[in-house]
Design a protein around this ligand. Structure first.
Ligand code: SF4
Length: 351
């Protein structure tokens, strides 16, 4: 089968086998990319209309016990000035977000032991009490099942935990030996079983990635059926072991996003900050490849520069309000509208 036929097959069956996925990633052409993007865009518009959901990210701690080789805030990077936001700071970010129409707050941080279950649950409860019409998404890395359960019971709705790669050998090239793919997958299964709307995801072009490992990612996702998928290009950070590695391809990122939309038509798919960093029009291109979510930064200006997962992160030098205005305009330029709403999985307004 040629690539066009494989994309059509994916559109009918919503799955391919590993060899078919490998063929697509190893041999796709510009025409295949355009074909997949047009198909993905059509599916998104049919399901969600020309609507984009905004999620406001609050980067509340850049302290992390882990040492992922690709990450700028890994624990061995001594050049990072570390910070933690207080509950009051976090609530100020939410207030600003709410005024600007956000109905989802994403609390994102490193694996920072200071944020115990008790502290997290307290923050979640306050946000949910103050903004009962809003969803709380967590992105705090790996924790115990009991911890995930406690935060869910406190009111958290969604959890983002990128699996990074579904290939154990590749996982070991990206992380120290204490971090394992098995543990990551256990966390993802726990989150889904507890009832979170669960997101996984990958970086495209991470060191050691091949068409075969990308195929494993797609096979994993078609079985796991995540509610959200985060896919952005790998971008190197100057103070990591991967500082000399090349950035991931924007084209392959767009291809993976489009294929993901065709495979999981209902999925909530963000056009990521990394895509907007790799290319000025990256976020618009992501929407044209089937994305329907954008996640602007609501973190206070004074901490933005300290949350650099990769170099030159987009939007670091502008205020939350300015960043939101720019993104709204970008969406309007391509005929999309930012909507005020939680945008839960499976509750899209069909046209
Ligand atoms: S990627 Fe996440 S878990 Fe890994 S070092 Fe960075 S903040 Fe910590």
């Amino acid at each position: 089968m040629n690539n066009r036929e494989l994309i059509d097959l994916l559109n009918r069956e919503h799955q391919l086998d590993a060899a078919q996925w490998t063929q697509l990633f190893a041999t796709y052409t510009e025409e295949d990319l355009e074909y997949a993007m047009a198909l993905a865009r059509g599916i998104t518009v049919q399901r969600f209309g020309r609507k984009i959901y905004f999620r406001g990210i609050v980067e509340f701690s850049n302290i992390c016990k882990n040492d992922c080789y690709y990450c700028g805030i890994r624990c061995s990077n001594r050049k990072v000035s570390r910070y933690r936001l207080t509950e009051e700071d976090i609530l100020k970010c939410c207030a600003e977000g709410y005024e600007n129409g956000f109905r989802t707050f994403v609390l994102q941080g490193g694996e920072d032991g200071w944020f115990t279950d008790e502290r997290m649950c307290s923050i979640i409860r306050v946000i949910k009490a103050r903004y009962p019409d809003c969803a709380v998404t967590l992105s705090l890395g790996e924790r115990s099942r009991a911890s995930y359960q406690a935060m869910y019971d406190a009111g958290a709705d969604r959890y983002l935990l990128r699996h990074e790669t579904a290939d154990a050998e590749h996982y070991a090239k990206l992380h120290p030996a204490v971090q394992t793919l098995e543990s990551r997958m256990q966390c993802l299964n726990d989150l889904k079983e507890i009832g979170y709307q669960t997101g996984c995801g990958i970086m495209v072009g991470s060191p050691g990635q091949t068409p075969e490992t990308l195929a494993k990612d797609m096979v994993f996702m078609q079985a796991f059926k995540p509610h959200m998928v985060g896919i952005g290009p790998f971008l190197p950070h100057q103070d990591t072991p991967f500082k000399d590695e090349s950035a991931g391809s924007v084209q392959t990122t767009l291809f993976a996003l489009a294929l993901c939309r065709i495979m999981l038509p209902q999925v909530l798919l963000p056009s990521t900050t990394a895509l907007g960093t790799a290319e000025d029009s990256g976020r618009k291109a992501g929407v044209l490849a089937g994305c329907n979510v954008i996640m602007p930064n609501l973190s206070p200006m004074e901490v933005r520069e300290k949350y650099m997962l990769y170099d030159n992160k987009a939007g670091t030098n502008i205020s939350a309000a300015q960043g939101i205005a720019i993104l709204r305009r970008q969406m309007e330029e391509i005929g999309y509208e930012v909507v005020v709403g939680r945008g839960d999985f499976g509750k899209e307004n069909r046209k």
